[in-house]
Write a protein that binds this ligand. Structure first.
Ligand SMILES: [Zn+2]
Length: 81
């Protein structure tokens, strides 16, 4: 399956609502209720929003990993579900 990631090419913007800043981190997460275990969603976070976005995910037990944006590989699936 090839996802159309054209929206994300060239510029990695923060996933926080209303934020247009360049992302510094990728937050890799998985919701076991709706995703298969190997699935990884990626939220992008700027320096300002990295803490709040990762808290949101970790409180729910969804957060798997956080990496510098330069280390993100593969298709980016940054939708909310
Ligand atoms: Zn932000």
């Amino acid at each position: 399956m090839i996802l159309d990631a054209s929206d994300h090419k060239g510029r990695m913007a923060c996933s926080a609502k209303g934020c247009r800043a360049d992302a510094a981190y990728g937050l890799l997460w998985n919701n076991p209720k709706v995703h298969t275990p190997e699935r990884r969603k990626t939220w992008l976070a700027c320096e300002e929003h990295a803490a709040s976005l990762s808290d949101f995910l970790s409180i729910r037990g969804f957060l798997k990993d956080a990496v510098p944006v330069s280390e993100i590989t593969g298709d980016l699936d940054s939708s909310a579900s």
